[in-house]
Design a protein around this ligand. Structure first.
Ligand code: NAD
Length: 253
């Protein structure tokens, strides 16, 4: 028999102001959860939280750079004080970067690792105490298909996202006995502001060319990823952990 999915949790979504993170906020709100929108773009995060509140959702926005541990800890303290203990974490904050390998400066390498990998580490560590206390938790990290395939124009980004995949699997093993599942979604070809920026800069092909490389024949939407986030955060996904759930139109098999 299907389990009830009505328990309202506090869901923290990093990168929640845009694209995949914003769609995840909306899907998790529709599932009845309270939403904390964490993002570097405080203004846009506030706009998403305001919009959710007009729909009757308990929502909070916090401007934060996920690579700054002190700021991350303060943001989670604010979430706990305003909404309650964290039950669901989605780490969608990310920094896309295109550089030929020999042009990657140590500073650039460090920043890309700091945001994509260390930022994910900070947020997982900040959230997991509440989950272990409750004996229930869901962590969904957003990685990238670039880590599954290797990526000639963004070795730093692909390496960081590869780290996210292995961090996810390690956390899954640590926390499985404590009622916490940890899974990752590596998107590919999702139409978001990040993808549009990369296309405008000439770093990615146009939509038609991208679609030709996707077996399903078209690009994905943030809602495609958010639907998977909603599934992985549900009660019914309690036996799914340590998994890499590709949502990519068949681009990576
Ligand atoms: P997006 O640009 O629409 O959203 C990313 C959000 O992250 C933005 O709101 C941005 O302000 C925020 N952010 C960036 N740096 C931050 C920081 N240091 N601290 C806090 N917030 C920060 O992009 P998106 O396409 O929705 O990307 C979401 C995630 O999906 C990213 O991790 C990205 O790497 C990953 N991804 C996307 C695709 C795709 O096809 N769009 C493919 C592979 C992976």
């Amino acid at each position: 028999m299907a389990q009830a999915t009505t328990t309202s949790r506090v869901a923290v979504v990093t990168g929640g102001a845009s694209g995949i993170g914003e769609a995840s906020c909306r899907h998790l709100a529709a599932a009845g959860h309270r939403i904390a929108v964490l993002d570097l773009d405080a203004e846009r995060a506030a706009a998403v939280a305001d919009d959710l509140r007009t729909q009757g959702v308990a929502a909070l926005a916090v401007g934060v750079d996920v690579s700054d541990r002190t700021a991350v800890d303060a943001a989670f303290d604010k979430v706990r004080a305003d909404l309650g203990p964290v039950g669901i974490l989605v780490t969608s904050a990310g920094l896309m970067a295109f550089d030929t390998f020999e042009d990657i400066t140590p500073e650039r390498w460090q920043r890309v690792l700091d945001v994509n990998l260390t930022g994910t580490f900070h947020c997982c560590q900040a959230a997991v105490g509440d989950m272990t206390s409750a004996g229930w938790g869901r962590i969904i990290t957003i990685s990238s298909s670039s880590a599954q395939r290797g990526s000639p124009n963004c070795a730093h980004y692909a390496a960081a996202k590869g780290g996210v995949i292995v961090l996810t699997k390690s956390l899954a093993r640590i926390y499985a006995p404590l009622g916490i599942t940890v899974n990752t979604i590596p998107p590919s070809g999702i139409e978001t502001p990040m993808q549009h920026r990369s296309q405008r800069e000439g770093r990615l092909p146009d939509n038609d060319a991208m679609a030709r490389a996707i077996p399903i024949g078209h690009l994905g939407t943030p809602d495609d990823i958010a639907a998977a986030v909603a599934y992985l955060s549900s009660e019914g996904a309690g036996f799914v952990t340590g998994q890499v759930l590709g949502v990519n139109g068949g681009a990576v098999l």
